[in-house]
Design a protein around this ligand. Sequence first.
Ligand code: BEZ
Length: 210
Amino acid sequence: MSLRLGDTAPNFKATTTDGDIDFHEWKKDSWAVLFSHPADFTPVCTTELGRTAALGGEFAARNTKAIAVSVDPIEDHHGWAPDIAEVTGNELNFPIIADPDRTVAELYDMIHPGEGDTSTVRSVFVIAPDNSIRMTLTYPKSTGRNFDEIIRVIDSLQLTAEHTVATPADWNKGDRVIASPAMSTEDARARFANLEEVKPYLRYVDDPSA
Ligand code: BEZ
């Protein structure tokens, strides 16, 4: 059965480009982005891993560790890494898991037969410090992901973990947020700044973390 939001991210041991890891020990109490890609030495994946490396400072600022996985062997990951640096200008600064026996791919349901073969599709799991899964997304092999969107989601997850708010469509860090529908307008007005009641169920307030 596939993993759902709120499930504990399954633990595993794996060989990575940074050495052998136990996933939960490697992650410790940080946030993590575990994402799969179909294969090494492929064009879209090269751009995706380079983009993730470029965002290393953004992930670190959010106490978030990135880790990639594919079913290719560790020798291929090491052989491909210089291409990523050359093509994108970004040296890898996060580990890539080698998963040739498909342990991780099967635990996280990252192989979709409808996508043509037994390599992983483009799955993303955002995992909280308590190891619960907070966001999943799955893209087909032909579509590279938007890693700015993954950063944006982490910002929303971290904000809404701390405050009883939700974030509207196309929200970005610093924008106004929405008071939780579970909260009365009176309570929301007392707790948050500059409440604007557009509808009784839609109350914008200032970002309480700003
Ligand atoms: C790519 O990364 O370019 C790719 C990988 C597998 C299928 C299609 C594209």
